[in-house]
Write a protein of this length. Structure first.
Length: 222
């Protein structure tokens, strides 16, 4: 599991992104076969339904099909939910919770209002926040994808006047939140909005489950 123990002094200046070269790509375990819109793969569709974000995932996520190029004996094509990062790579998770990337790992940025940024550890949490809040205009959303990417996110937000942080409600998440606030004093910890839940998606699923229970009770009383 990721830990957030890097020192703020190690944070380096953010550099412009260069897509991975052909030689670099040869070193990656996974290679992309194809992508297609959300909703065509039954297993992935049910997975997003279970996370409560199928309705908002369109336009943000893709179904990706990939193979492990380092496994010479196995030519199988695997599938997962994927989204782009700022290193011209793909972050992905499958329906069983396996997470990895195709190409370089990096943060993901959903462009929005330049003077306001919202930060999340995971893409599911970001989409959950967008679903619940429906902001208009939407702020710029930044997803770490891995908390080891914290320094890259910090460089993106240093000069942004309004910064809201929605990191996980656990030890590593709280450590990262404190490090970010130490480096970017205008940042505000907003994790209190999901209370005892670990993250925004956990809260969303709990709310949706409770709504489903209430509907079932109402139906039974008819």
């Amino acid at each position: 599991k990721d830990t957030c123990d890097m020192q703020v002094s190690m944070i380096t200046t953010y550099k412009p992104v260069k897509p991975p070269t052909e030689q670099e790509q040869k070193g990656y375990a996974f290679e992309l076969v194809r992508t297609q819109p959300i909703g065509r793969n039954f297993v992935l569709t049910k997975y997003l339904e279970g996370r409560g974000i199928l309705d908002i995932a369109h336009g943000y996520m893709q179904e990706i099909y990939y193979r492990n190029r380092l496994d010479i004996e196995n030519k199988s094509i695997f599938y997962a939910i994927g989204w782009k990062n700022d290193q011209a790579g793909w972050e992905f998770t499958n329906a069983k919770g396996f997470k990895s990337s195709i190409g370089k790992k990096g943060i993901s940025v959903i462009p929005g209002k330049p003077g306001h940024a919202v930060l999340f550890e995971g893409y599911m949490d970001c989409l959950s926040w967008l679903k619940v809040n429906r902001p208009d205009p939407a702020p710029t959303a930044i997803v770490l994808n891995s908390i080891v990417q914290l320094k890259n996110a910090i460089e993106r937000i240093r000069e942004i006047p309004e910064v809201d942080v929605y990191f996980d409600n656990d030890g590593p998440g709280r450590n990262c939140t404190q490090m970010l606030i130490d480096a970017v004093p205008q940042a505000k910890d907003r994790s209190g909005v999901y209370g005892s839940h670990k993250d925004y998606n956990d809260m969303l699923r709990a709310v949706l489950n409770e709504q489903e229970v209430q509907l079932q009770r109402a139906w039974q009383k008819r």
